[in-house]
Write a protein that binds this ligand. Structure first.
Ligand SMILES: Nc1ncnc2c1ncn2[C@@H]1O[C@H](COP(=O)(O)OP(=O)(O)OP(=O)(O)O)[C@@H](O)[C@H]1O
Length: 223
């Protein structure tokens, strides 16, 4: 079973003028693969990721995730699917600055309301340890370094054990040392936990070290 199967996707923007932004895109991604999406500015990377992440439903063609067809699901079903199966990491971490590191990581699991607070806390601590943030869990998230904040954002993305992790420029805001740390974390998650990673990046070195590159040019998949 494929982690992701994208079939003949076409997308248009209608304003300000009719614009064919994604042109007959098809590809598959295996479970545990670490894939980057690259291409020049304006080639359609973020638009594609938005659609893969189930946030955008205005397209033709269809998408299957872990064998489930997600195209055509109702908004509430999509939200449920997203919360349970997809973790997001963005260029800017969007942590809640006044909250502690631990509270930021626990929040998505508390919202899902499937496990006890104690269980969630234990899992959050385990993730923070894995990501090298242990010892900072009771600090306000605004009081740790940018690289550490990005790792906390990754821990938050992982707390509900998503099968797919999607990143939009997940290292875009980081120096090379922290970029390497984040890359190695993704690599381990894919290899050791079988989680599938899909990251839009402008960083050629990051992309070159992934299992596979998906390259867009002018809305078409060229590699
Ligand atoms: N809501 C929208 N309405 C109309 N056109 C849009 C909209 N969003 C994006 N576009 C256009 O679609 C094209 C693809 O945009 P997209 O953001 O997907 O590119 P990208 O490859 O992610 O670029 P970047 O690397 O600069 O982030 C661009 O020409 C952009 O101007």
């Amino acid at each position: 079973m494929k982690a992701l199967s994208v079939n003949s996707i076409n997308k248009y923007f209608h304003k300000p003028t009719e614009f064919h932004v994604l042109k007959d895109i098809s590809f598959e991604i295996d479970k545990g693969e670490f894939v980057s999406i690259i291409g020049k500015s304006g080639s359609g990377k973020s638009t594609l990721l938005y659609l893969l992440s189930t946030m955008d439903t205005e397209y033709t063609g269809y998408i299957e995730m872990n064998g489930h067809k997600i195209t055509g699901l109702q908004q509430n079903q999509l939200a449920k699917y997203r919360n349970e199966h997809i973790g997001f990491v963005f260029q800017f971490h969007y942590l809640l600055p006044e909250f502690t590191v631990l509270d930021n990581v626990m929040l998505p699991a508390l919202k899902l309301n499937k496990k006890s607070k104690e269980e969630i806390e234990a899992e959050a601590i385990e993730l923070l340890t894995l990501l090298g943030i242990k010892g900072h869990e009771h600090k306000q998230s605004s009081k740790i370094s940018g690289g550490q904040q990005q790792r906390v954002a990754i821990a938050r993305a992982l707390i509900n054990s998503p099968s797919i992790i999607m990143g939009d420029e997940p290292t875009g805001n980081l120096d090379s040392k922290n970029t390497n740390i984040v890359f190695d974390i993704f690599r381990e998650l894919a290899k050791d936990r079988g989680q599938t990673i899909i990251a839009v990046t402008h960083d050629d070195e990051f992309a070159a070290n992934c299992d596979r590159i998906i390259e867009l040019s002018d809305g078409k998949l060229i590699k």
